[in-house]
Design a protein around this ligand. Sequence first.
Ligand code: GLV
Length: 321
Amino acid sequence: MARIIVTAPQLMSVVNEELPGHEVVGGDHAMDRQELSDQIATADALLTSLSDPLDAEMISKGKNLKVIGQCAAGFNNIDLDAAKQAGVVVTSTPGVLHEATADLAFTLLLEVTRRTGEAERWVRSGKAWRYDHTFMLGAGLQGATLGIIGLGQIGEAMARRAAAFGMNVIYNARHEKNVMAIDAVNPNTQPTRRVELDELFVTSDVVSLHCPLTDKTRHLVDADALAAMKKTAYLVNTARGACVDEVALVKALKSGAIAGAGLDVYEDEPAITVDLLTMENVVLLPHIGSAALPTREAMSRLAARNIAKVLDGKPAETPVE
Ligand code: GLV
């Protein structure tokens, strides 16, 4: 019987179903660094969340640790080199959350371009309004260009939604991607094409981030990128906060260098640069990209199944390579 530590709130009925016969500890609260460090010392496996600090020091405490089952698509909180050196398998949960996350990214796109947060705040505050031809005008999507940074599963799902709404899609990715599924959505949109980042920032009406956070993508959207964007353009971020220089973003939003932003993630999460809280042209969500119940259940199941397989001496279903 292995000892499995669940480091953060989890859908435990699902997790337990996948880990019969094991000692499963936690899952009802987020462990702080001290508790994690105490627990890891006796753990065979960890079922982790994206905010757990699994740095080299922490991993070195896991003397019996065999597998880290990250319950997220991203794993920038885990020192992969340290895990590899310690012989610890790391797994994540791709393949089950891209549609829900793209739903949320597209929600942000719609909200920020059609000013729905601002409009709802107006109504709730009791301010006077009546149907007025010139009231709360937002941007239109037909024929607008969506620039996607990172055309993995989530980026592709976002692109399909954009095409259905009549947007043309350009993307930046390390390699040319198969875009047939995107181009098949709408006969009226232009063929999806891969572009350099410079062109993407200059050309897009909406820029949406779907890349992992790495040394290369940290502050990928910086002051220069924001200055290159159209004054009428919007930024959507459901990837990782640190892909954007949040200080530069606030400046760009204040100066009108871009028209608005829809954010689900922040550089120093859960802290948010306070200036953002008072801006009408931003939509702010609390990192809920994949937070649809069936999606979260599928993620929990996959993370737990990965752990069960590795503990059983089998290959993980979705190892981080
Ligand atoms: C959420 O941000 C995830 O990486 O799954």
